[in-house]
Design a protein around this ligand. Structure first.
Ligand code: FE2
Length: 236
């Protein structure tokens, strides 16, 4: 019977614990009993693969929707997706969702008293090229209040979901913006124990990505698993 080499163990301090009391909803959803470790098998290492439509090219411009241009500050977000050994991951799908410039999601569950933008859906996906690069144009999302505690505001962020080469390399995370004063107050950001790992969730301003007269550029790389992995937004 063939044997399969699993992924290396994760750095526990790079990912949030199941229970982080300041992030109130973890008090209810954290497991109350010890977890059982299940060894990786071929199922977790080689699949499942996210199969995209052959014709799909991704949505590299989220600033135009429903026949018009979205309001807000246009930004470019670009970077690479790498595996735990630093190898580029080509042809990988990154799903994107975010609030609009006013801090409101185009979703029925969002009751925040801020305007919706008929020309911004806040969702899309992009696909990495042969060198693991991705790039898209969007609107810088606004901060929004949430009910975690009194006067709680989420820092501006973009949500990402990546399907890596195997189930064990799945990543769901959030990208933040440099210099945001809400970061140090945010329990979701601060639930990641290692300060260096937290920094890996903050994009860098990149003048070389900036399009003159059009959009500011931010660079954000993803690393799926390993010592330098991009942290999950909550415990796996
Ligand atoms: Fe969000």
């Amino acid at each position: 019977m063939a044997s399969f080499v699993g992924y290396r163990p994760e750095d526990e301090k790079a990912h949030p614990p199941y229970l982080y009391p300041d992030y109130v909803s973890t008090r209810k959803r954290a497991p109350s009993r010890p977890l059982i470790r299940i060894p990786h098998t071929v199922s977790e290492i080689t699949g499942p693969r996210l199969v995209r439509p052959i014709s799909a090219a991704g949505s590299t411009d989220l600033t135009r929707f429903n026949g018009g241009e979205a309001l807000g500050e246009r930004i470019i977000v670009a970077g690479r997706v790498l595996d735990e050994d630093g190898r580029p991951l080509p042809n990988l799908t990154l799903e994107i969702w975010q609030a609009n410039a006013a801090g409101r999601y185009a979703h029925e569950a969002d009751k925040h008293d801020a305007p919706l933008d008929p020309h911004f859906s806040g969702s899309g996906y992009v696909i990495t090229d042969s060198e693991g690069n991705y790039r898209f144009l969007t609107i810088r999302p606004g901060a929004y209040p949430w009910a975690n505690h009194y006067n709680a505001w989420r820092p501006s962020h973009i949500h990402f979901s990546l399907f890596g080469p195997g189930f064990a390399s799945r990543l769901v995370t959030q990208m933040y913006f440099p210099g945001d004063p809400l970061l140090e107050l945010d329990p979701i950001f601060n639930s990641i124990p290692d300060p260096d790992a937290r920094k890996r969730l903050v994009a860098s301003f990149a003048i070389e990505l900036t399009i003159p007269e059009r959009a500011l550029g931010y660079r954000f790389d993803f690393i799926l698993r390993g010592r330098n992995s991009t942290p999950m937004e909550q415990a796996r």
